[in-house]
Design a protein. Structure first.
Length: 567
């Protein structure tokens, strides 16, 4: 008997758990006794009138012990048109499972759902709300400065008519998780998500504006974010597209694990780069964050802040495109702030190839460093600003209207990478190009604390069609292994150590008599085979370097210092 009773207890407990789970899966809305006698509402289409809640000014408060909506079912909030905000909390111990329709019949009202235990949205989940839709697993919603609507310790709530302003949490009550699994949630208003771990699995969350209407913003505040084969998207045709904002205490991972990419095997560097640039992007299925506008509307842009931002076969897009009348709006900027930012087979694209963007651009701050690799593409129609620790560009392409890089560490380009920009300004501890190209149109300034190294057929070159200039300062500069440095108008090199050009085409500068050569450069003793400059009429840099080096003897104890070659 002593053995049989525990088995029966376990069986009853298991049966109870099954019944609870079954109740959730079938959908159940249970009102607690905070504002009324409470009880189970009749489903599967639940009607939630204002009479079972509490109204304070324009705020309508509801309190549930359970809130679940099954596939094919619905939960509809009703009330007078004077209601501006509907706030529903769950005070029980179970997460909310929503696989049906959540709806508000109150015109223009915002809907807030609060459950600290978590939310699971299924593939059939839908939301029909005129105003903003907010789902939160924090323990409260603040109401102005003095009010608060609490799901944990609900009796301590202070009800006011103030509009909801922010989410709050207590240190001892961690927020539950929010999961969207196969969900296609499309609204016309703002979407706010605040929770612990926020996960999207093969899901689409979108705010879309149609018929010249603006879309809303999508804002995520979380302890960690995973977006897998999913997207957050704001989009408008004729109106403005909202912002996409993620603020996370933990890592942000955006990935498409099923994506494949072309290895580029057998292609030369030019063909390899063209393949990266010209890859087709199907925005409807693209994994990532998107802010898109057609016609006169602008995009709100994208902001992500997290300790680590990791994109794998994914993208961040803030783009505009012309409508049938040729009208084109302005794209909003893309801003990333992290300790580490990693892109693998991924894209960041700002602007439009048809417009001249005057504001916005791409700003990436990664305190420890950033890496763009495996055919990643970083494109900004306007400015590109990279700040932080180190930058590594591997087998990838960077294109921008202007480029500014400010690093405490080194910058490295490798594996057939390319960087193209009308102007380039780099401050770093050192710069290394290996099997890679860095090209500019008008000017490039490289201010290095250490060395500049070009190897394995790399190129640092200005435009042959424009009067380009190159300014380099640092310690040592080495151009080796078939690499070359080429500036169309003039080069000013200031080094504390050696300048070594060990190939026939190594260092070439200028096409007119206005060339300004190195003023404090140090060449290796007796070397002249690797120094090459323009031989065009009027150019005196080539002759001056050859004459100065020819006067040096390989046996000289000290290297030849070329102080001022051309006045």
């Amino acid at each position: 008997m002593t053995e049989i009773l525990p088995m029966r207890h376990r069986a009853l407990l298991s049966l109870g758990l099954v019944l609870v789970a079954l109740g959730q899966s079938l959908g159940q809305v249970v009102v607690d006794n905070s504002f009324s006698t409470g009880g189970v509402l009749t489903g599967p289409d639940f009607l939630i009138p204002d009479s079972i809640g509490k109204t304070v000014g324009g705020n309508l408060f509801h309190s549930f012990n359970e809130f679940n909506v099954q596939a094919g079912g619905s939960a509809t909030f009703t009330g007078p048109d004077t209601i501006n905000n509907i706030l529903g909390r769950v005070t029980g111990a179970s997460p909310s499972e929503i696989d049906g329709l959540v709806k508000s019949d109150i015109a223009g009202a915002n809907l807030y759902l609060l459950n600290p235990n978590g939310f699971l949205f299924g593939e059939n989940a839908k939301v029909e709300v005129d105003g903003a839709f907010t789902v939160s697993t924090r323990d409260r919603i603040k109401l102005g400065e003095n009010g608060a609507f609490l799901a944990v310790d609900p009796s301590k709530s202070v009800f006011t008519a103030s509009s909801p302003q922010a989410f709050g949490f207590l240190g001892g009550n961690p927020a539950g998780n929010i999961t969207f699994n196969g969900t296609r949630l499309i609204t016309g208003g703002q979407v706010n998500i605040a929770g612990g771990e926020v996960m999207l699995e093969q899901a689409r969350l979108a705010s879309e504006g149609t018929a010249d209407a603006d879309s809303g913003n999508i804002i995520v505040e979380a302890d960690g974010v995973t977006i897998r084969e999913s997207q957050l998207r704001t989009e408008s045709a004729g109106g403005n597209a909202g912002k996409v904002i993620i603020s996370s205490k933990g890592p942000v991972l955006i990935e498409n694990s099923s994506a494949t990419s072309d290895t580029g095997e057998g292609l030369d560097r030019g063909e390899f780069i063209d393949n990266i640039r010209n890859r087709d992007v199907a925005f409807g299925e693209e994994t990532g964050l998107l802010s898109l506008a057609t016609g006169a509307g602008n995009t709100g842009g994208i902001t992500v802040a997290a300790p680590k931002i990791d994109l794998k076969s994914a993208g961040l897009f803030s783009l505009t495109q012309q409508d049938a009348n040729g009208t084109l709006g302005q794209a909003g900027g893309i801003k990333l702030q992290s300790g580490v930012t990693l892109l693998k087979k991924s894209r960041i694209q700002f602007g439009s190839g048809l417009s001249s963007e005057t504001t916005g651009g791409v700003d990436i701050l990664a305190q420890n460093g950033m890496m763009f690799e495996e055919q990643s593409y970083l494109y900004s129609r306007a400015g590109l600003n990279l700040m932080g620790g180190v930058v590594i560009v591997g087998a990838s392409l960077v294109e921008a209207g202007s480029s500014t890089v400010q690093l405490g560490g080194v910058m490295k380009m490798e594996k057939n990478s390319a960087w193209k920009s009308p102007s380039i300004n780099i401050q770093a501890a050192a710069l290394e190009l290996s099997k890679s190209n860095m090209q500019y149109d008008t000017e490039a300034t490289l201010k290095l604390g250490g060395d500049l190294l070009l190897k394995q057929g790399s190129m640092l070159a200005g435009s042959v069609l424009l009067p380009s200039t190159l300014e380099i300062s640092g310690r040592h500069m080495t151009v080796d292994g078939g690499s070359h440095v080429d500036s169309g108008l003039g080069t000013d090199i200031s080094l504390g150590g050696e300048l070594v050009c060990s190939t026939a085409v190594g260092c070439r500068s200028g096409s007119t008599a206005k060339n300004t050569p190195a003023r404090r450069s140090v060449f290796r003793r007796g070397s002249n085979s690797g120094i090459s400059t323009s031989r065009r009429a009027g150019s005196r840099l080539h002759q001056a370097i050859r004459k100065a080096i020819s006067n040096c003897s390989p046996s000289t104890a000290a290297p030849c210092r070329l102080r001022r070659l051309v006045s």
